[in-house]
Design a protein around this ligand. Structure first.
Ligand SMILES: [Zn+2]
Length: 344
């Protein structure tokens, strides 16, 4: 068995975005109850720390950070029609970014093989100067920037299987060859970005992989895109650390999107990423919660991924033989971004 750490805290329930908001405290409450029912001796529980302002500033502009800090004095502040704060949102967002850092530090220091940070608010839509899409600070992007700056790594891979395109994460590393960003997402859908033409720019050209997929794609198409595209490029990139933006809103039950991924699909994606990490970087990977708005789907999928992280990395991967509907997307992606990687 691998050693897996779960980083979470009931303090993550303190951010409150509004009475009928889908990104609600119950999400974390349900996941914590789930982790407490997982009976495994190899499972470490860790409390998150808050990220420091210097760490947040790795990805966000001072003016926006100050504005975010000022929301702590307000009953409510609306950054956009979907993105609202309560008095505790700022501190909770610092703890979310810090939770992913806690997980990354534990893996880097060899205290655990891998880790799952069950945090909220989520992060992958947050831009350097702006909150959007339920997100305030970009937890995963901050962790990637932190690994580059504070641990001297040169190649970080971010796999984002949340149903929405992680426009914030993509924007932060769009011109960087140090961060390979790979996203599968429903398209067209919120936030509108993530087309096949978006492949990075400047020195970062070829280091952004997008899989814009129509509604109703499920396990077969997702796993095939992993097998035929994300993993071959990942093996050539040879990441020194892999971060996963683990959203569970591509589950078939999710109310905010129309994809058809099941618990087995999440296990399949997690197993593939784990295997890539074993091949390239002694298994060093951290998954961080992003979206997922059906509580049963969230808990069952979160449990499935957490259990998969603890299994040995040599569990068999059954190649995706179905899912031919994704082939045209793979072919177009191969022409756009694949040409930078000499894919056969
Ligand atoms: Zn999402």
């Amino acid at each position: 068995m691998l050693k897996t750490a779960v980083v979470t805290d009931r303090a993550y329930t303190r951010h409150f975005a509004g009475r009928s908001h889908p990104e609600r405290p119950e999400r974390i409450r349900a996941l914590i109850d789930m982790t407490e029912s997982v009976d495994r001796s190899g499972l470490q529980r860790r409390a998150p720390r808050e990220a420091t302002l210097e760490e947040i500033a790795l990805c966000h502009q001072p003016r926006y950070m100050q504005r975010m800090g000022e929301t702590g004095a307000l009953e409510r502040f609306d950054f956009d029609p979907d993105t609202h704060t309560s008095r505790d949102s700022y501190r909770t967002a610092l703890l979310a970014a810090g939770g992913v850092l806690t997980a990354v530090e534990a893996v880097m220091d060899g205290e655990t093989d891998n880790a799952f940070a069950l945090v909220r608010p989520p992060g992958h839509h947050a831009l350097p100067d702006r909150a959007m899409g339920f997100c305030f600070f970009n937890n995963v992007a901050i962790a990637a920037a932190w690994l580059l700056k504070h641990r001297g790594l040169k190649r970080i891979m971010i796999v984002d299987w949340d149903v929405h395109h992680g426009n914030g994460t993509q924007a932060m590393f769009y011109e960087s060859p140090e961060v390979l960003y790979a996203s599968t997402h429903q398209y067209p859908h919120y936030p509108g970005s993530g087309s096949l033409q978006e492949i990075g720019a400047g020195r970062g050209e070829g280091y952004t992989i997008n899989a814009p997929m129509p509604a109703d794609f499920g396990d077969d198409e997702y796993l095939r895109f992993f097998d035929d595209f994300i993993l071959p490029i990942g093996r050539k990139f040879r990441p020194e650390f892999i971060l996963v933006s683990a959203g569970f809103d591509c589950h078939w039950r999710d109310p905010l999107a129309q994809m058809r991924v099941t618990e087995e699909g999440f296990v399949g994606m997690a197993r593939r990423v784990k295997k890539l990490a074993a091949e390239c970087c002694q298994g060093k990977m951290v998954a961080a919660l992003e979206g997922g708005y059906d509580l049963d789907a969230l808990v069952n999928s979160g449990r499935a991924v957490l259990e998969e992280l603890g299994r040995y990395a040599d569990e068999p991967v059954h190649p995706a033989l179905n899912g031919a509907a994704v082939t045209p997307i793979i072919e177009r992606a191969a022409r756009n971004v694949g040409r930078f990687w000499n894919l056969a």
